[in-house]
Design a protein around this ligand. Structure first.
Ligand SMILES: CC(C)(COP(=O)(O)OP(=O)(O)OC[C@H]1O[C@@H](n2cnc3c(N)ncnc32)[C@H](O)[C@@H]1OP(=O)(O)O)[C@@H](O)C(=O)NCCC(=O)NCCS
Length: 171
């Protein structure tokens, strides 16, 4: 049976990426000699896409990025470790959370450098949004992320409504 035909909620772990590693070289740095943020953003988008497609069993597109926090810089020689997982599913959309650590692989010291939340929409063969199977948060951390994803979605929808109302009254 294909994933897209499964109706029981799928555990977060079934589609998660636990430790995608990327070794930083000098060509990855910006003018401040820290890792170029666009490189990290691109990798997060790519990995989150894989999680969304694994979870839904459909081709998916990035619809929006609700937030992307650069918490600390990464340096030449660091090993970046990416983790990505479904935080919550809605109807056809899914929030995927990505966490990036920068590890000094000689000492084992690791810093949390990025948290990002991206929304993907699953598409059918006609490229129309299609419902996705629910996600099943199992651990306390997964349940917290599940709850927080709804806050981010509500906040995005509320902002969109406010902006639409404002633009409508300006017109
Ligand atoms: C994302 C996209 C498929 C939504 O299509 P649409 O016709 O607006 O779809 P709908 O209004 O029916 O909404 C479908 C879902 O998308 C979500 N969505 C639409 N726009 C969104 C946005 N800007 N941010 C987050 N979610 C969004 C809706 O909330 C809805 O979710 P739900 O089914 O879980 O409730 C469409 O806007 C699109 O193709 N955008 C371009 C995507 C792209 O090229 N990405 C970059 C490369 S992958």
């Amino acid at each position: 049976m294909q994933i897209s035909e499964v109706s029981a909620p799928r555990p977060v772990s079934a589609s998660a990426i636990e430790g995608h590693v990327y070794k930083v070289f000098p060509s990855d740095l910006n003018a401040h000699y820290s890792v170029f943020g666009g490189l990290i953003m691109s990798t997060c988008d790519r990995l989150a896409l894989v999680v969304a497609e694994r979870h839904s069993g459909h081709s998916c597109v990035t619809a929006s990025v609700d937030s992307f926090h650069f918490l600390a810089p990464a340096k030449d020689g660091d090993t970046l470790i990416f983790k990505a997982a479904v935080n919550r599913t809605f109807r056809s959309s899914m929030e995927i959370g990505v966490k990036v650590m920068a590890e000094n692989s000689y000492t084992g010291e690791a810093r949390h450098i990025v948290s990002a939340y991206l929304t993907f929409v699953a598409l059918d063969g006609a490229k129309k949004p299609v419902p996705v199977v629910d996600v099943l948060p199992e651990t306390a951390l997964q349940k917290r992320r599940y709850d927080e994803a709804e806050i981010r979605r509500n906040s995005r929808l509320e902002t969109r409504e406010k902006l639409n109302a404002r633009r409508g009254s300006d017109a």
